[in-house]
Write a protein that binds this ligand. Structure first.
Ligand code: GEK
Length: 242
């Protein structure tokens, strides 16, 4: 049984900035599935894409891996037995949880867990890079350098899967999509109080950009083929081909 996310269920005196600590790691599977529209669909598709794009003796990266949902999905689909998955997160609580889940998993694909800021790692010999809802936590000024590094580290024929919460230029879309996301959360059992306290905690921590900004950044780094393959309200996932 998954632990239920009740972190913001009672009034908190002062909502501090959101942190990926032990409390969050414990309830993370429940939190993300009830908060991110289409999360399971995206995780499943990451496995299918990894099966198609993983190359022999290459690395597949999961940047901001949390409990390793994308890592496990890749692990179950990759056919190349000499591929290595490198899963990176800077939250020790998340990595400990991830390690436990990997230990319980029977796949023989090698997984290396790395405790690091994803801005500080090398990306090399990569056929697949996944950054699933993590770029949004990186300061905007550092995002281009990170995407450039990913492009440089990808092999020809490699793929980047980038999933993000979006914002919209058109104020009517911005308010509609935000409202629909809140209704999604309400339908999944979150109260108004939980939704509003979480929103406060994520202010200045999760910084969404528009689809156009993401597409421009991908183009600027060298990716000349990008496509949105999934969108559900203000959450989208892009494919970028090298
Ligand atoms: C999934 N991809 O389940 N360096 C490394 N990790 C970071 C950094 C950083 N600079 N900033 C944040 N993180 C996962 C979900 S969650 C998305 C990703 C969410 C990590 C952070 O510790 C957390 O585990 C993850 O990025 C973001 O498919 O909670 O909305």
């Amino acid at each position: 049984m998954k632990d239920k996310d009740l972190i913001y269920a009672s009034p908190v005196n002062q909502t501090g900035p959101f942190k990926f600590d032990n409390t969050v790691a414990k309830v993370f599977p429940d939190m993300i599935i009830r908060s991110v529209p289409g999360y399971n669909t995206i995780i499943s598709a990451i496995g299918l894409l990894a099966a198609k794009f993983s190359q022999p003796a290459s690395n597949c990266y999961d940047l901001g891996c949390s409990l390793g949902a994308a890592t496990l999905s890749m692990r179950h689909h990759i056919i190349e037995t000499d591929c290595k998955i490198i899963a990176v997160d800077n939250s020790i609580a998340m990595l400990e949880g991830c390690q436990k889940l990997i230990n319980q998993d029977s796949s023989s694909i090698n997984v290396e867990l790395v405790e690091s800021d994803i801005r500080n790692i090398n990306i090399e010999n990569a056929s697949v890079v996944v950054i699933n809802f993590t770029l949004q936590f990186i300061p905007i000024t550092d995002r281009q350098a990170l995407i450039n590094k990913i492009y440089q580290g990808l092999l020809p024929g490699g793929i980047l899967i980038l999933s993000e919460k979006l914002k919209f230029k058109d104020p009517r879309q911005q308010s509609l999509q935000t409202e629909m996301h809140h209704l999604f959360k309400k339908a999944n059992g979150y109260s108004e109080l939980e939704i509003s306290q979480k929103r406060t905690a994520l202010e200045n921590v999760l910084i969404p950009e528009t689809l156009e900004q993401h597409q421009q950044r991908l183009l600027d780094s060298g990716f000349n083929s990008t496509e949105v393959w999934f969108q559900y309200f203000n959450f989208a996932s892009l494919l970028a081909l090298k």
